[in-house]
Design a binder for this molecule. Sequence first.
Ligand SMILES: Cc1cc2nc3c(=O)[nH]c(=O)nc-3n(C[C@H](O)[C@H](O)[C@H](O)COP(=O)(O)OP(=O)(O)OC[C@H]3O[C@@H](n4cnc5c(N)ncnc54)[C@H](O)[C@@H]3O)c2cc1C
Length: 346
Amino acid sequence: MNRDVIIVGFGLAGLCVAEQLQRQNQSVVVISDTSQQSSRVAGGLFNPVILKRFKLAWKADDQLPVALDFYLKLQQKLSQPFLKMIPVLKRFESIQDQHNWNKAIRKPELESFLTPKIQANDNAALNADFGLGRVAQTGTVDTNALLNAYISHLESLDSILRETFDYDKLDIAENDLQYKNVKAKKIIFCEGFGVLKNPFFNWIKIQGNKGEYLIIRSSKLNVTAAVKSSIFIIPLGNDLYKVGATYERDHLTQTPSVKAKNYLIKELNALITWEYDIVDQVAGIRPTVSDRKPVLGQHPQYKNLYCCNGFGSRGVLMGPSMAKVIVDNMLCGHTVPKELDVNRFN
Ligand SMILES: Cc1cc2nc3c(=O)[nH]c(=O)nc-3n(C[C@H](O)[C@H](O)[C@H](O)COP(=O)(O)OP(=O)(O)OC[C@H]3O[C@@H](n4cnc5c(N)ncnc54)[C@H](O)[C@@H]3O)c2cc1C
């Protein structure tokens, strides 16, 4: 098998890189297992505003139009809807919270996202006596549906191998590479937290942060926006909701924990008045980095090895832009900005 690029790992990073490469007429083969689950369990939410501190997330205003264009075109290509524009409603807990909102709406960079008028709560199932603040230009991507549809697309091109990449079997020459029976010019590693096992890039300072969600069913909750309190309620359709997530720096396993379940139940019970059933609990490890920036670039010694990682808790929003940066670097030699360059850890 001959391909321009081998992509190792198929979460949001691998998918965005694969698509940006294909848009540049590059042939790819993806090699991935399911050892990491971050993109599979993600809430899929994109929200440019950090509501805790009323700040724009890093370069979110640049990333948003790129992401929307990327997912809209992908929907067309894969003939499947997975992008939904829904507002985020921030629940106020006090008069002080309302004051903070009224201050935040005057920040020029937040103007196009925060709706000035505080919304009264008209949903009896929600405890929100102090009202809700509406964030615009937000929504969700059904990451599971997207990944599955893209796998079918790769299968139709005979371009996916579902296996664990064996780093010992990679033969690196100056201008090309060989992995088992695959010959390629370049390889890019997108293993998320799994990069710790990669002997070529295990020096990246990936810390990891475990996140968990409950999936609940509630017939009368009737919430159609993503509600943000201490936790999020994200509507999935068919009376199902994702509730979470948690953030945990220790115990970096992918097993759902009783501690997270109890915490999420406690927060949810304070937020809604209706009964619900817990139908599932999921966990994954976010590929977070000490300086909270993505990690992109070329291996310092092997010039045909690249990586794309460090999406942290915002893979949906930043994935398409970051994949474009690394693909422009791989194909056209465009410089990766210093703050994102993998070699900042070297
Ligand atoms: C609970 C939770 C909620 C989240 N909610 C959101 C959200 O609402 N919005 C948002 O934007 N982000 C969210 N995130 C973060 C988001 O999931 C990440 O930013 C993103 O998914 C990271 O994608 P990735 O491709 O780098 O890593 P991953 O999704 O971990 O993908 C890496 C892939 O590489 C494979 N792999 C690893 N090692 C190997 C190997 N040796 N051989 C073959 N394959 C390998 C793995 O199995 C996996 O398929 C959430 C994360 C969690 C855990």
